[in-house]
Design a protein around this ligand. Structure first.
Ligand SMILES: [Zn+2]
Length: 73
């Protein structure tokens, strides 16, 4: 049996939540693979670009009252 000892301190990949191998053998730590790192980076950039627009909808308060054509004359 050549099963390698699994380290008990495996960090879950931030992208796919699968256990990522530790640093020495995994240059993409804390991600499990370069693909997951790219995915997470892309997601981060997407959220960074998406600036929350909290501009309140300025509504014209006190709208001009439409004169009643059938008013008292
Ligand atoms: Zn992953």
């Amino acid at each position: 049996m050549m099963s390698r000892p699994v380290s008990a301190t495996t960090t879950p990949c931030p992208s796919c939540r699968r256990p990522a191998p530790p640093r020495p053998e995994n240059p993409e730590f804390p991600f499990c693979s370069a693909r997951c790192r790219a995915v997470d980076l892309g997601r981060w950039l997407t959220e960074a670009y998406r600036i929350p627009t909290t501009a309140p909808e300025l509504e014209e308060d006190e709208a001009p009252v439409v004169p009643d054509p059938d008013g008292d004359g």
